[in-house]
Design a protein around this ligand. Structure first.
Ligand code: NAP
Length: 311
């Protein structure tokens, strides 16, 4: 085998990648973490994190990431801020091609490319994105001071961010397709007790209306009736889709949603030396603590692989 550039390459710098990087750097594995933007992933879209251990008063999303990054940096984790164009995972020596044309090789790889917000796919959504249609309450909430806005979704993200948005907006209407929320009880209680939050149950946004920017949304109830809700902003917070565009999906096993299937030790099926961690994995629960735990697990599996495979 030709000499690889790195023993381990980690793709993605969210909580999973940063934790894998921390473990690898501390374990003196020659490692490179590649991230296309800033480290942090979806946590940067989160205003406040209340359920990550060791922060009894909660912590801002960006601060949690700053601390994770600093901790990996303390052990000298090498990072490269660049976009990956393609990967070849089949050969013993894995190769990573960057969009600059640079090619890097490694013996083991951990895929931590994460997930991105799902869209509702209704007329007006694409056209008015950034003009009142948003997928990030933390980023765009302050633009809606004293305005009336809608949130679509009934999961943890929608309800947590609806509560956050009441810091700015005059009124937040949550549009949910069923009559019960998926969000955890503590968030439900907070949202239901918040006077600024109203609910439209058993209904979906069927169209987003506006010329220059969002002016209203059309609501279609499950019984077929319709109404118009005047709002200047709509936050679509209905779950996630995998960031799998750069992954060689013909080499990997995925579920029907395109998320990566791994074994219990984070190994990608039938691909020795290839591991995955965090929101890109096929799983039911996507939590920061899970992503961090999986990052640690994936790195330890990669270390085990590096130490036990025949040279
Ligand atoms: P989620 O849990 O998958 O919930 C998605 C919500 O959007 C559901 O209420 C779903 O309705 C609704 N939905 C899905 N597709 C829709 C469509 N086409 N039109 C209208 N509504 C639609 O997603 P999430 O809330 O983004 O959370 C993702 C993961 O992150 C979860 O594991 C969650 O627990 C985690 N998370 C945790 C926290 C926290 O612990 N504080 C905060 C944020 C996120 P149905 O309920 O009818 O399916």
């Amino acid at each position: 085998m030709n000499k690889p550039d790195y023993q381990l390459i980690i793709i993605g710098g969210g909580p999973a990648g940063l934790t894998a990087g921390l473990y690898a750097a501390r374990g003196r594995i020659k490692t490179l973490l590649i991230e296309k933007g800033a480290t942090g992933g979806q946590v940067l879209l989160t205003d406040w994190v209340d359920n990550y251990p060791a922060f009894p008063d909660g912590v801002a999303g960006f601060e949690l990431i700053d601390k994770m990054t600093a901790q990996a940096d303390r052990f000298g984790l090498e990072k490269k801020f660049a976009a990956v164009e393609s990967l070849d995972l089949q050969a013993e020596l894995k190769s990573v091609r960057l969009d600059s044309g640079e090619q890097l090789t490694c013996e083991a790889i951990i895929l931590c490319t994460g997930a991105k917000p799902r869209k509702i796919g209704v007329p007006g959504e694409e056209e008015l994105q950034g003009k009142g249609v948003s997928y990030c309450a933390t980023c765009d909430g302050p633009f809606y001071r004293d305005q009336e806005i809608a949130v679509v979704g009934g999961g943890n993200t929608a309800i947590q961010e609806a509560i956050h948005l009441t810091k700015f907006a005059k009124k937040v209407t949550v549009v949910h397709r069923r009559d019960t929320l998926r969000a955890t009880a503590i968030l439900q209680e907070k949202a239901l007790a918040n006077e600024k939050i109203k609910f439209i149950w058993n209904a979906q946004v069927s169209e987003i209306i506006g010329t220059e920017s969002v002016e209203a949304v059309n609501i279609r109830y499950n019984d077929g009736s319709t109404s118009v809700l005047p709002v200047t902003g709509i936050f679509v917070l209905i779950g996630v889709m995998p960031n799998n565009e750069i992954l060689p999906l013909e080499q990997l096993k995925t579920d029907e949603g395109g998320f990566l299937i791994t074994d219990s030790e984070m190994g990608c099926l039938d691909l020795p030396g290839v591991f995955a961690a965090g929101d890109i994995r096929s799983k039911l629960f996507r939590q920061i603590i899970n992503a961090a735990g999986e990052g640690a697990n994936a790195e330890l599996s990669a270390e085990h692989y590096l130490g036990t495979r025949p040279s």
